[in-house]
Design a protein around this ligand. Structure first.
Ligand code: HEC
Length: 425
């Protein structure tokens, strides 16, 4: 009891955490934590990469480079991060730069998974082109890992050196660093993801809903998680817990030492495409079909904040009129992670909307707009902003990095723009 009491006192009472990361225009296909644990990076079917500050839930950058969905992200020990796309390319990013720091044209098919080596010297990628690669980041030729029959869906570095891959051909392959033939284990199911723990155990997520743990070249545990395919897999940094999620939206957290289910996450039942633990392992982030990144307490499995949050509970501080339930303020929740409204609040991932009415596109001070926007002939007004979200940013402002989104109900567009006109003056 004494211990429990002490813990209650130490817990950051009243500390407000963002309940969800809201801003992508499509399913969230990939999520990773920055090396220092302060930021999350996500990739989406909306073709963008978003960089989020976890403490506030604000989007700090929207990065657009890939032609097609962003299927994989990974963070590097030096603070950079990598994204892999449907276009077969891999981009390396720095936090403070809107263009890729380095581009690796790696694969002839979509990149499905990425992993960085512990020392950050190499990046491993898996692809639907049937290969995996280990690319030295300081230059030099990539090691190409060929042999899987069909799509390679997972890749991870092994603590002992070398990498492990998993694929649609139901095999797990352990590739030594010296280029010699891999050791191959064939399992009863197609495999959608792989992770490697610090002690060398390897975990694979199966299309049959079973999580399998491999040690010393054989399966040492099988945990039936779901009736439907598992698609997402994550491991805490210390390797003590594993999370797996499926296309029905079910997510479980398992203690690796005991192989016991610690928590069953009760979400909205939508497909979960991506999972990542925070640096200290206390929270789990899940990215899914509902375009949100949800946050879960990794001990209890409880959702942080209500599963369906209300406007008044926006993590991003005061949206004017939100508490009173104003419709325009509620619609703006879809924008709040990226745009501020008040004079002194500055730019986030998107430019400030302060003074937006009557402003020419691409002219907000101190913001680095996409080149495509700068030559466009649009003056923002209630009509043009309503139109922007009627037909979507890609149609109205081709080349924009604002994630694709539409507001389907005309009354919602009207409420948003009338409210915006009022609160951005
Ligand atoms: C994930 C981040 C994100 C979300 C969510 C988002 N935006 Fe944007 N928005 C941007 C970015 C980034 C730009 C700049 C586009 C560029 O430079 O290509 C932008 C540009 C704009 C512009 C043009 C600004 C100018 O000065 O030319 C308007 C207007 C706008 N957004 C309104 C909205 C509204 C209203 C919503 C919600 C319905 C919204 N945005 C949601 C990121 C976002």
């Amino acid at each position: 009891m004494v211990v429990a009491l002490a813990l209650t006192v130490i817990a950051p009472a009243g500390h407000i955490r963002a309940q969800e990361l809201r801003g992508h225009g499509g399913p969230v296909r990939a999520v990773a934590l920055s090396a220092d644990g302060a930021m999350a990076v996500t990739g989406s079917f909306d073709q963008t990469v978003i960089l989020w500050r976890l403490s506030s839930g604000a989007a700090e950058a929207v990065l657009r480079f890939h032609d097609g969905s962003v299927n994989a992200v990974a963070s590097l020990p030096d603070g950079r991060f990598a994204s892999g796309g449907e276009d077969g390319r891999i981009a390396l990013w720095r936090v403070d730069k809107p263009e890729p720091d380095q581009i690796i044209a790696a694969h002839a098919g979509p990149v499905s998974a990425l992993a960085a080596s512990a020392d950050g010297a190499a990046l491993a990628s898996a692809s639907w082109d049937g290969t995996a690669r280990v690319t030295p980041l300081a230059g030099g030729t990539a090691q190409i890992l060929e042999g899987h029959r069909g799509q390679v869906n997972g890749v991870a570095f092994l603590p002992s050196g070398g990498v492990v891959t998993s694929g649609y051909d139901a095999t797990v392959r352990f590739w030594p660093t010296d280029g010699s033939a891999p050791r191959i284990i064939t399992l009863p199911s197609v495999l959608n993801a792989v992770a490697a723990a610090p002690d060398g155990e390897v975990i694979v997520a199966g299309g049959d809903g079973v999580l399998r743990i491999i040690a010393e070249g054989r399966v040492v545990a099988e945990i039936a998680v779901a009736e439907t395919p598992l698609v997402a897999l994550a491991l805490t940094r210390d390797g003590s817990a594993v999370a797996a999620g499926g296309i029905r939206g079910n997510v479980v957290i398992i203690e690796r030492a005991t192989r016991q289910v610690r928590a069953n996450l009760v979400g909205p039942g939508l497909p979960v495409w991506s999972l990542a633990f925070t640096a200290n392992g206390r929270e789990l982030l899940s990215g899914g079909a509902d375009r949100l990144v949800r946050r879960w307490d990794a001990r209890s499995g409880e959702h942080i904040g209500p599963v369906i949050a209300r406007a008044a509970e926006s993590p991003l501080g005061n949206i004017p009129g939100a508490a009173a339930g104003e419709r325009g303020a509620q619609v703006f929740r879809a924008c709040a992670a990226c745009h501020t409204l008040a004079k002194d609040d500055g730019n986030r991932a998107g430019p400030t909307l302060h003074g937006i009415m009557g402003r020419r596109i691409g002219t907000a001070g101190g913001y680095s707009f996409s080149p495509a926007l700068k030559g466009m002939d649009i003056i923002w007004s209630e009509e043009t902003i309503a139109r922007l979200f009627e037909i979507g940013p890609n149609a109205m402002t081709p080349g924009t990095k604002m994630p694709e989104q539409v507001i389907t109900a005309p009354e919602d567009r009207k409420a948003l723009v009338e409210w915006l006109a009022r609160v951005t003056r």
